[in-house]
Design a binder for this molecule. Structure first.
Ligand code: PAF
Length: 291
């Protein structure tokens, strides 16, 4: 049965009993408003661990001034129903004053990585993400933690924090779950009107085009980016925040596309900022020389 835990003391106690019983812990951190994307992480966590803990916490530290912190969907009761169905063991739902008591002033800063891509238009966002994830890892002490590839930069940053701070948590980034037509699932899709939802397909179309170009042997990033830009700009309600093709570890823009590089974009559809990405498969030609 799903156990709801809201205090730091209680989650520490629960985790202690799991550890005493030598049970492995899979952890899925979320901000709630759960959808199939989150549930795919939960299902994988269930398969690979003895116990599964999901956190639901709308983290104020990762929202900038003028962003949607107050508006962000809070659907705790529905979320718990979904998690019960998936047979999750614990949902951790702390309150902000306990996570960030008066005097709180420590944060995780990632030089370079946090300023690229989304970091440019969301200053402080990844510092907030890295800080809450580190706090949650300290409390839950998971063996494996699961994240969605849709938030590609977030997964790179969390992997970096784990490596740099020797956290010993295995980080798994699982594929983006999409609606039938291709729109990546996101808790923010609920902000979109029906027309905007159709417009939002331009993100996916642009990413598909990148892969097609890579398949056709186009390597010049500028040429590919130009094509993506055209596809997005064809949609009247879309405003590009960024489009980039980056190295998957450094997040630095590349000029020549290689296998494993990531095409990432953030686009505003009306007032809603959406992100998406694709890990590029670039075919390598092998020549077998017969003697
Ligand atoms: O991806 C999210 O929902 C959040 O950024 C996370 C990882 C739960 C941290 O608040």
């Amino acid at each position: 049965m799903l156990q709801v835990i809201t205090s730091i003391e209680d989650i520490k106690q629960r985790i202690k009993t799991f550890k005493e019983d030598q049970l492995s812990i899979g952890f899925v951190p979320t901000m709630g408003a759960l959808h199939e994307g989150h549930l795919s992480l939960v299902r994988q966590a269930k398969e690979e661990n003895d116990k599964v803990v999901v956190s639901i916490f709308v983290n104020p530290l990762q929202f900038g001034v003028g962003e949607d912190f107050t508006q962000y969907p809070r659907t705790f009761d529905d979320d718990c129903k979904l998690l019960s169905k998936e047979d999750v063991d614990v949902v951790f739902n702390p309150k902000a004053p306990e996570m960030y008591p008066d005097g709180f002033c420590t944060s995780v800063v990632l030089e370079h990585l946090e300023d690229r891509l989304c970091g440019k238009s969301r200053p402080g966002h990844f510092r907030g993400v890295a800080t809450i994830v580190l706090k949650l890892f300290n409390l839950i002490n998971p063996d494996i933690a699961y994240f969605g590839q849709k938030d590609f930069q977030q997964t790179v940053i969390i992997k970096r924090v784990v490596a740099d701070l020797n956290l010993g948590v295995n980080i798994k980034a699982l594929p983006t779950i999409r609606e039938k037509e291709g729109l990546a699932l996101s808790s923010r899709n609920g902000y979109l009107s029906e027309t905007e939802k159709k417009d939002a397909l331009c993100l996916y179309k642009a990413l598909i085009r990148v892969q097609e170009m890579a398949n056709a042997g186009v390597k010049n990033a500028r040429e590919i980016l130009g094509e993506m830009e055209k596809i997005i700009n064809n949609c009247k309600s879309a405003r590009i925040d960024y489009i980039s093709i980056v190295n998957p570890e450094t997040l630095e823009a590349v000029s020549e596309v290689q296998h494993g590089d990531v095409a990432a974009l953030a686009v505003r559809i009306g007032k809603t900022r959406l992100i998406d990405n694709i890990i590029l498969m670039v075919l390598i030609a092998f020549f077998i020389l017969l003697a």
